[in-house]
Design a protein around this ligand. Sequence first.
Ligand code: DX5
Ligand code: ZN
Length: 218
Amino acid sequence: MSELAPSILSADFTHLGEQLHTLEKSGTKVLHIDVMDGAFVPSISFGMPVIRSIRKDCGMFFDVHLMIQEPVRYIREFVEAGADSITVHVEACSDIQKTIDEMKQYRIKVALSVNPATGVDAVLPYLDQIDMVLVMGVEPGFGGQKLIPQTLEKVKELDRLRKEKGLSYQIELDGGVNRENLTKIIEHGTDIAVAGTAVFRGNIRENVRDLQEVIAGA
Ligand code: DX5
Ligand code: ZN
């Protein structure tokens, strides 16, 4: 069954601890953590201190999405801060293989991400080395955007490729996920659906329950 990964980018940071407890109590297993550097994307979010701090009191799987230039420079620090998986953007790496090799030094899941304008061919040479591909459903940088429907074709293509090649990488779709489009997202082959606004706007417990219901019914 597919998994919901709430993105803390949309959390209320004055109540972050409580909100994480609510997620955990609601059955959330994967927490999506968006790191932005103001260079690869226009916005800046947060970094290691926040991750290190929430790690102390949180048993969820930390799915760290690095929207930063040359992430190879910071892999060790994010591992030490508590990442369970790290996703880097192919567009942000001058040497993708070197970045994968660096990630493979640690006991983490290794993932590559593609922006809406980047084709699946950019990750093709690495599919047999990685644990996950993150397909951006919106331009990276901000929560609350609308899913670009064509990005689902890449999810479908990646699903087809893994069957064809006998590979087992997971497919994550990030951006614009809501109650209405989640079934379609899963039907295209998504294993992990990231949701920021759809989880944190309004009642978190109810939102998670509703989204998990959609997943269970898909
Ligand atoms: C966007 C981030 C997403 C974002 C999703 O750059 O990578 O994870 O938080 O937010 P929503 O679900 O609001 O589109
Ligand atoms: Zn993300």
